[in-house]
Design a protein around this ligand. Sequence first.
Ligand code: COA
Length: 178
Amino acid sequence: MLTHHIDDHLNLRLIDMRYADAVYQLLDANRPHLRPWFEWVDDTQSADDYRAFIKQSRQRFALGDRLPLIAFWDDQPIGSVGIRANHAHHTASIGYWLGAQWQGRGIMTRSCQFLIDWAVSAWDSQRIEIRAAAHNIRSRAIPERLGFTHEATLHHAHWLHGRPHDFVIYAHFPTHHS
Ligand SMILES: CC(C)(COP(=O)(O)OP(=O)(O)OC[C@H]1O[C@@H](n2cnc3c(N)ncnc32)[C@H](O)[C@@H]1OP(=O)(O)O)[C@@H](O)C(=O)NCCC(=O)NCCS
């Protein structure tokens, strides 16, 4: 099993069917917290729905273009973080969510730092992106804290719950080539 220890308590594990019920419970308990940012929350109405997501994630992992992880505090699942690659262009993109009660401790910032380092060494990523709805202040704070460049705000680029929202793109460049 693939487990990355970030500190004594925080560890990141490859998503796995054995976590399906516990992560679904976490997700279900956090609907009001997650729903504003992800359309898929409403589409995930059972542990079986979440199992379908795990199956798809593992297929992408097996193809080598995604690292889908569950964040644990000791043995308790607390959120999800993953990175997907575009190998042709040596780029990668990070996505994440945490249970509301686990916010405010730097868990996701540290998890993203791990994924950045991992993508550089495993995939030779030369551009790592984080995208967020422009009004998602907590999410935007993560790339800002990690020193990413705010490259663009795309107006009406993100459709959420029946209306368009502005979308921000942050990028990190591990090495600089002119
Ligand atoms: C986005 C989300 C993961 C951010 O969570 P978060 O707790 O704010 O982020 P972190 O885990 O990096 O924690 C940062 C906070 O911990 C503090 N912190 C403590 N120790 C820290 C450390 N070692 N390193 C960095 N920050 C630390 C920071 O000061 C910051 O505090 P603040 O909340 O007072 O500003 C969370 O709000 C979430 O799940 N939202 C809903 C889903 C979502 O929007 N996903 C992203 C869609 S694009």
